[in-house]
Design a protein around this ligand. Structure first.
Ligand code: PGA
Length: 253
């Protein structure tokens, strides 16, 4: 069965000291038996966070927010997936809308990143989602299906077991405007149908699909209660241990 996941994405908001005290405080709050917890931190924090969580014996997983698509070479300022793996990173976020928008990352590049992540034994949180004008035009299901057809659907069935999909409508990210649980469920259901058609029912039902976009303690329960929503990718509300912990406790049953 697929796992429930609470993933935090700190973006470019935190320093090393913050990362360490967050991991310690989150660990002190107790076990997370009800879901897998992942924190995506800035590059500079990753190594010390991996070391700390290992020393604490914590099951928290550490993620990078990006990586380069080439294995090595003259790419000043970039970080390769092998480098991430070498310090014990578990996951990498690929295709966040901020990367697509501000760094012009294309679906082909994202697919290349996914493949090299998998070659390096990293798991991937692949983000997809439509801008406001697409939602208003009513073509959001097709838009997201195109994103997935160009990336995740190009993988083998075996490779899919290392992929988590995060649906993040761009109009809901950092805006305080969350998709309704019905809107989230509608998209997640459509994503799962696409996976079932491309692969098969078993593969589709074994994949975790997260919702992202202004998830907070006040709305997490309602969103996570939807059949095809398996957790959240949380930005702003993951910057406080208390609110992130509360979100991680919002899964049904
Ligand atoms: P938000 O960000 O929760 O602040 O809307 C989510 C994300 O970008 O992953």
């Amino acid at each position: 069965m697929r796992s429930n996941i609470a993933a935090g994405n700190w973006k470019m908001n935190t320093d090393v000291e913050f990362g360490l005290s967050f991991i310690k405080d989150l660990h002190d709050k107790g076990n997370h038996d009800n879901c897998e917890v992942i924190i995506a931190a800035p590059y500079i924090s990753l190594k010390s966070m991996v070391e700390l969580k290992s020393n604490l014996g914590s099951s928290i997983k550490i993620a990078a927010q990006n990586c380069h698509l080439e294995p090595k070479g003259a790419f000043t300022g970039e970080i390769s997936e092998a480098m991430l793996k070498s310090i014990g990173i578990d996951y990498v976020i690929i295709g966040h809308s901020e990367r697509r928008q501000y760094f012009h990352e294309t679906e082909d590049q994202l697919l290349a990143k996914i493949k090299i992540a998998l070659e390096n034994d990293l798991k991937v949180i692949y983000c997809c989602g439509e801008p406001l004008e697409v939602r208003e035009a009513g073509t959001h299901l097709e838009y997201v299906a195109d994103q997935l057809n160009g990336s995740v659907c190009q993988l083998s069935q075996e490779q899919l077991s290392s992929i988590v999909i995060a649906y993040e409508p761009i109009w809901a990210i950092g805006t305080g405007k969350t998709a309704t649980s019905v809107q989230a469920q509608g998209m997640h259901h459509s994503i799962r149908n696409l996976l079932a058609k491309t692969f098969n029912e078993d593969t589709a039902s074994s994949m975790s699909i997260l919702y992202g976009g202004s998830v907070k303690p006040a709305n997490a329960k309602e969103i996570f209660s939807q059949n095809d929503v398996d957790g959240g990718l949380v930005g702003g509300a993951s910057l406080s241990v208390d609110s992130f912990y509360e979100i991680s406790q919002s899964f049904p049953g």
